[in-house]
Design a protein around this ligand. Structure first.
Ligand SMILES: Nc1ncnc2c1ncn2[C@@H]1O[C@H](COP(=O)(O)OP(=O)(O)O)[C@@H](O)[C@H]1O
Ligand SMILES: CC(=O)OP(=O)(O)O
Ligand SMILES: [Mg+2]
Length: 404
């Protein structure tokens, strides 16, 4: 079965094609036949497309277009033509899976996309403005280019759908509960993949495991996973809650918002922009939301970069503490996504705070650039894992489950 996966971000579009043979979904992630990445950030009005195949073919080009449909058309063209050709025609694709960030109260698991599903994704754009509209554009671009092919929406919120009310409900007025203003949680596709992968690495059943998965990418969130279910998480009603992120503030005293609305020229739009795009590592450092750049500036003695890192670590430790309390204990702490997988110093200083629990990492193992490994010492009371997240593979798994 050939499954095309689309993971649409606000300024990028990642896609890949898997070929899954046989009657059972493989345990180990397969290498995609073909992968494509489109980036709109570098050159206004232009899309940079990078394509590579499992056999080593590569293609890079720039096209003058802001239209996701036009760019998806070109991407699909590279699947069937030229040096990166891996199939003869688009009709060989059996299904298309999409990462959709917000599924709200209506969608608590993956679904085959219908008009109703599209309308719900559009409606939820008001609370996931950076994500849901581009997810919908991706779905429509596939409709325009591939017609009536089966498409599946895999929601970032779904893995958190079982979070108990005590952890999900904000202590505002009860009307909020009635209006669906509650903690939904995000990055669920990644948290779910990492929890399953951790159980495999540990040689244990998910049932009986208490895990904290730390997804630290541009967006950052933690999940407390018990018996394979998320029972608490740091992102909330929107992907702005919780940890400090690349350019998002994470949780701040709501009184600051009231203060700014009353005392300054802040509007809702300005607040949105400040909290989502001009805060976090970028806001504090004044340099960048990219952890690699923060690290480089720290090595050159930049005190604001150091402060940004220190606040990031403080927040991360605090929220790990919160997840620990929800789990009543911990079997494994898992680091994943761009920062979690690559930043050994961050992992080391984060873990130091939990040595009192008997959690101990092997500092040499921690420095190795390998993933899907246990970096704790043999006698550590808690296992510490670094896992390469495979959101696309998890989307393909859900697609396979629904379409097979
Ligand atoms: N070697 C590294 N050291 C520290 N941070 C890294 C490294 N490589 C990537 N990152 C960070 O990972 C983040 C992006 O993570 P990623 O999971 O790719 O994000 P997203 O999928 O949310 O766009 C960036 O902040 C980047 O700086
Ligand atoms: C939900 C979310 O924050 O996603 P990302 O980290 O991809 O921005
Ligand atoms: Mg990501």
């Amino acid at each position: 079965m050939k499954i095309l996966v689309l993971n649409a971000g606000s300024s990028s579009q990642k896609s890949c094609l898997y070929d899954i043979a046989g009657d059972t979904f493989p345990e180990e992630p397969l290498k995609p036949l073909w992968e494509a990445k489109v980036d709109w950030t570098h050159h206004q009005g232009f899309a940079e497309i990078e394509v590579k195949t499992a056999t080593g073919a590569k293609l890079e080009e720039e096209i003058a277009s802001n239209s996701r449909s036009e760019v998806v058309a070109r991407m699909l063209d590279t699947l069937c033509n030229g040096s990166t050709k891996v199939i003869n025609e688009p009709s060989e694709i059996n299904a298309v899976g999409h990462r959709v960030v917000h599924g709200g109260e209506d969608y608590r698991e993956s679904v085959v996309i219908t008009e109703d599903v599209k309308q719900a994704i559009a409606r939820l754009a008001t609370i996931a403005p950076a994500h849901n509209p581009v997810n919908l554009e991706g779905i429509e671009a596939i409709e325009q280019n591939l017609g009536t092919i089966t498409q599946v929406a895999v929601f970032d919120t779904a893995f958190h759908a079982q979070i108990p009310d005590a952890a999900a409900i904000y202590p505002g007025p009860y009307e909020w509960v009635e209006q669906g203003i509650r903690r939904y949680g995000f990055h669920g596709i990644s948290h779910q993949y990492c929890a399953q992968r951790a159980a495999r690495i540990l040689g244990r059943d998910l049932a009986g495991l208490r895990l904290i998965t730390c997804h630290l990418g541009n967006g950052c969130s933690l999940a407390a996973v018990k018996n394979g279910y998320s029972i608490d998480t740091t992102m909330g009603f929107t992907p702005l809650d919780g940890l400090m992120m690349g350019s998002r503030s994470g949780a701040v005293d709501p009184g600051i918002i009231i203060h700014l609305l009353r005392q300054s020229d802040y509007s809702a739009d300005k607040l949105d922009n400040v909290l989502n795009k001009a805060s976090g590592l970028r806001g504090i450092s004044g340099i960048s939301g990219d952890m690699r750049q923060i690290r480089q500036e720290i090595s050159q003695g930049n005190s604001r970069a150091q402060l940004a890192f220190d606040v990031y670590v403080h927040r991360l430790r605090s929220y790990i503490g919160a997840m620990l309390a929800s789990l009543f204990g911990l079997d494994a702490l898992i680091f994943t996504a761009g920062v979690g997988e690559n930043d050994a110093v961050l992992r080391e200083v984060t873990c130091e705070a939990f040595e009192f629990l008997g959690l101990q990492i092997d500092k040499e193992k921690n420095k190795h650039k390998s993933v899907d490994v246990d970096i704790s010492t043999p006698d550590s009371a808690v296992r510490v894992l670094v896992i390469h997240t495979e959101e696309d593979w998890e989307i393909a798994r859900e697609c396979w489950r629904l379409v097979k």
